[in-house]
Write a protein that binds this ligand. Structure first.
Ligand SMILES: CC(C)(COP(=O)(O)OP(=O)(O)OC[C@H]1O[C@@H](n2cnc3c(N)ncnc32)[C@H](O)[C@@H]1OP(=O)(O)O)[C@@H](O)C(=O)NCCC(=O)NCCS
Length: 214
């Protein structure tokens, strides 16, 4: 059976996740996949780049794809396209990721090297945890959430769909009766210390994190 694999996006993050992709598959079955307007080079880091249209037209029994793009909304749109084109989601989980039992991880996630997902967590579709980020016990992570590198998400935190947490942010623990809630589409700035709930769509930064007033 012929299986082929695509990493959608050949930019910085695509190149960062490439070694994770090559942990389990042969290099000859892997492509970087891009839309026409981003097709600039035939090879990136020795891996062929092809357009999405050409990837769809390749002959294979099964096609797997993962999205290496940090924008959660774009990942959501791409997932709709992949489902329409009957591609299979491909989880890229680094071999040194620390995963504890009793967690549920939905399809299409990327867990970069040195990340941890600990006990009794629920992780939604299309989640990204960049280098050295962790999710502690009893967290509930929605769909298309992005953790930049080095995010410390303490226990009993709920991060809603499409939220983006910047590099090195720290989120205070909640408890089972009152989790800390990061709202839908919220953005937490790099280095923020989040001590209370963040409303839907808000951008916060600083210590303690406050909403940016524009
Ligand atoms: C919070 C954030 C989203 C705001 O972006 P923005 O709306 O474009 O804001 P600006 O860059 O215009 O900055 C506005 C002001 O806030 C300050 N600021 C921006 N982000 C800040 C942060 N995280 N902490 C403290 N101050 C910050 C800027 O210095 C600027 O201050 P000034 O008005 O006194 O000059 C962004 O700065 C951020 O932190 N993004 C996350 C980046 C990241 O982690 N990327 C990961 C790559 S892998």
């Amino acid at each position: 059976m012929k299986e082929i694999y695509g990493i959608f996006g050949s930019g910085g993050y695509g190149r960062e996740v490439l070694p994770i992709a090559l942990q389990n598959i042969k290099k000859s079955s892997l492509y970087f996949v891009v839309d026409e307007e981003f097709y600039l080079e035939k090879y990136v880091n020795d891996i062929p780049v092809i357009t999405y249209r050409n990837f769809i037209n390749l002959t294979a029994d099964k096609k797997y794809i993962s999205v290496a793009i940090a924008d959660g909304l774009l990942r959501k749109t791409l997932f709709e396209r992949f489902e329409r084109d009957k591609l299979h989601h491909w989880n890229l989980i680094a071999s040194n990721t620390f995963l504890i039992d009793n967690s549920i991880i939905k399809p299409g996630v990327i867990l970069s090297p040195f990340t941890s997902v600990t006990a009794n967590t629920r992780i939604g579709r299309g989640f990204h945890a960049n280098l050295y980020s962790y999710i502690a016990h009893d967290c509930f992570i929605g769909d298309f959430v992005t953790l930049a590198p080095g995010v410390k998400c303490s226990g009993n935190v709920h991060i809603s769909d499409l939220a983006y947490i910047g590099t090195g942010a720290i989120i205070k623990p909640g408890n089972s009766l009152k989790p800390i809630i990061i709202g839908k589409n919220a953005v937490v700035g790099m280095g923020a210390i989040v001590t209370k709930d963040v409303p839907d769509g808000a951008t916060v930064f600083g210590n303690p994190a406050k909403i940016i007033k524009r």
